[in-house]
Design a protein around this ligand. Sequence first.
Ligand code: PMP
Length: 382
Amino acid sequence: MIYLDHNATTPPAPGVVQAMLSVLTDVWGNASSQHPRGQQAKRALAAARATVSRRLGCKPAEVIFTSGATEANHLAVLGLHAAAGCERRRIVFSAVEHAGHLALARALETQGVPVDFIGVNPDGTLDLDSAARLIGTDVALVSLMAVNNETGVRMPVDEVRALAHAAGARLHVDATQFIGKVPFDFARFGADAVSLSAHKLRGPKGIGALLLRQGSTLVPQMQGSQERRRRGGTENLPAIVGFAAALDRLGDIETEASRVAELRDTLERELQRALPDMHVFSACAPRVAGTSYLRFGLLPADVVLQRMEQLGVSASSGAACSSGGSEPSHVLAAMGVPRDEALAAVRLSLGETTTARDIDYLMAALPPLLAPLLGTCAAHAA
Ligand code: PMP
């Protein structure tokens, strides 16, 4: 099987699984217990937190472990909004946030919280004029993703941070698709809060973190004494240790990114040569290395994915969370892509386990399967 869906999730690295297994069997105490079993767990938790903070460039006290990025995003938005003064009630999101995060924005809106959405340009980049218009002194917080999970487009975090801070608002960044793909250092990143998830960087699912800048006030959303009273619930130690192991094994991110970018660029170039009807969304925008968002003429995505499956290649149509549905991607809609083109969108996301052989195979095997269909499609259109 060739796995080209790394933006949905990544295979856990063998060292990560080993580290988790040894905690599951040997370090099963509750880190809040006073007896030796508990103290052993407490030490393991402190060691994992030290590794996570060292690898992310933050202080150990700035790490709040959560069940993943969805929870970290909720904690940041709800917690920072609740902590803002009553003269700051507005929250500004981008229109292309992750589906779960946009659902939170809509839920807040129905509860009467004023919410705005920054639009994007046709190439998927953020509309900074729209950002400048929307970020005023009544804004509590701006919540922006660092990299879009569908297009791979990088968002202008520095510019938006400057706008947010000039207006006295906080900045939360969902860096789920950024960390592990681009060098990251929380101290230099400048956001007040950053979400991430372990399973996007070869760690386990169900664990992530909110990095919260020291001195920021946040109203907890789950009560309890853990995580310095900011997130209650017995710590998921095996997952936390797996998360730390996943971060600790990351090598030179830039070298890996240029390897993956070269594979992605070759794939796009060769597919385009063989199938001139192919279109790459956001091709000229600044994108992270592994993401390729394509359409083959107007061939419906499920038809393309079915052919890929015949070849043993796993990919997805847009965001995994919304794939399988017949609604076009909200990201492509925000970019102004017509519905029939959006319904043809297929996302290939390459990662650490992708080899040149995988890409050579796909480049050779896919065009003969799609070319006859594209012919039919063109005939229909005519
Ligand atoms: N934000 C982004 C940008 C994502 O890509 C994802 C995962 N699809 C999430 C949030 C949710 O992460 P998790 O699965 O850890 O809740």
